[in-house]
Design a protein around this ligand. Structure first.
Ligand code: NAD
Length: 364
């Protein structure tokens, strides 16, 4: 039976986090009201806001809240106020803590270029028109966690830096299954990115992804070396549907792909675990514009669409949120970061309200 009740932990965080979260919650509450889904929203502190109150960036009660939830909706953390703190007290530690404790192993980054924002891209319109890519990045393995690691002193007195790329078969098959399942719900094209010609670890990656592919005959699987993929993302990004890759390659390729859209304020993300997920915009706390009602709330609103699609199994409502955003842009509303001459400059709250109005119309 379809689940009709969801516990969502809401962490606005720092900087623009509070402003963009307010707008996203309006959207989420409207969907719940119209569809009769029961939402239990619990708000907690993380990041710098939590450090100021509780002396740590991820206090026990916030972690407990996240663990008890079906999903976490997060704004952003960090800011100059906390930059000088000892590493373990820094706001960003809260994100690593949440990822680890919730067992989040797949980072999903949709990269969509809205027709209305084609001019914002640093690339030519013809190149970016129609792109709709989903990047699936593995989050728990690779050089970020492999042992041995560190900087040591050699016998000759010179320093040596080491990081080790490690992937187990289980880690690769888990992310491959996730990517195939996503591809199945999209255009059924999956590209696995590796460097199998020179890195044995990613040769294993390629082999395991191909083996998992046997269970998905409806999905077309291709492989590409990471250097070629970096090039193709600029040359012809419209060729891609779903891209699955390692932690390190995904870190770099997902930021490259984000630039195709030209606006950091428009991009949502999801981090998935076995039975938990975390949804957040890809941008940070934007301290330079915090508290001024000028931040773009659309990345967080689009993160709500991902929450609806992946945790709440409400793909139609997810599409309606995305459609509402597209229509608001079509009507000419722009926050400062995506402003173009001749358009209507609005603040954070008005952008949220316009999206809410559109969505109300679409839901009726
Ligand atoms: P940032 O993403 O916060 O800001 C980069 C630039 O983009 C800034 O000019 C900012 O004004 C603009 N921007 C970001 N979001 C915007 C939005 N919604 N609307 C309009 N403009 C927007 O990156 P940064 O400046 O490198 O980092 C600021 C702080 O955020 C740091 O403390 C960093 O550690 C933290 N951070 C947090 C996360 C996260 O919470 N997931 C991610 C990245 C950075």
């Amino acid at each position: 039976m379809e689940k009709k009740s969801f516990n969502i932990a809401v962490f606005a965080g720092d900087g623009v986090g509070t402003e963009i979260m307010q707008e996203s919650l309006k959207i989420l509450k409207l969907i719940a009201e119209k569809t009769k889904v029961r939402l239990v929203l619990s708000a907690g502190y993380i990041g710098g806001a939590a450090y100021d109150r509780f002396g740590e960036p991820l206090p026990g009660q916030s972690l407990e809240m996240a663990l008890q939830s079906d999903a976490v909706l997060l704004g952003a953390v960090g800011g100059p106020k906390w930059e000088a703190l000892e590493y373990k007290f820094r706001p960003e530690r809260a994100l690593l803590g949440l990822r680890e404790k919730l067992g989040l192993y797949a980072n999903l980054r949709p990269v969509v270029v809205f027709e209305e924002l084609l001019d914002a891209s640093p690339l030519k319109k013809e190149v970016v028109r129609g792109i709709d890519i989903m990047i699936v990045r593995e989050l728990t393995g690779d050089v970020y966690f492999g042992q041995p690691r560190g900087v040591t002193i050699e016998k000759n007195g010179k320093r040596k830096g080491t990081n080790t790329m490690v992937y187990t078969e289980e880690e690769i098959s888990r992310i491959a299954v996730c990517a195939f399942e996503i591809a199945r719900k999209r255009k059924k094209n999956l590209l696995s990115v590796d460097k199998a010609n020179v890195l044995e670890c990613t040769e294993l990656w390629r082999n395991v992804v191909s083996e998992i592919g046997c269970a998905y005959p409806d999905v077309t699987l291709k492989h590409m070396y990471v250097d070629n993929c970096a090039m193709q993302l600029i040359r012809n990004p419209a060729q891609f549907d779903v891209i699955v890759t390692t932690n390190l390659f995904g870190d770099i390729l997902s930021d490259e792909a984000a630039m195709l859209t030209g606006s950091i304020g428009m991009l949502p993300s999801a981090s998935m675990g076995k039975d938990k997920a975390l949804y957040e915009p890809i941008h940070g706390s934007a301290p330079d514009i915090a508290g001024k009602n000028i931040a773009n709330p659309l990345a967080t609103i689009l993160s709500v669409a991902l929450l609806l699609r992946y945790t709440m199994a409400m793909p139609q409502e997810a599409e309606l949120v995305e459609k509402a955003v597209a229509e608001v842009l079509k009507d000419g509303y722009r926050t400062q970061d995506i402003f173009q001459e001749g358009k209507l400059l609005v603040g954070t709250a008005e952008m949220g309200d316009q999206t809410l109005k559109k969505l109300t119309g679409l839901l009726n």
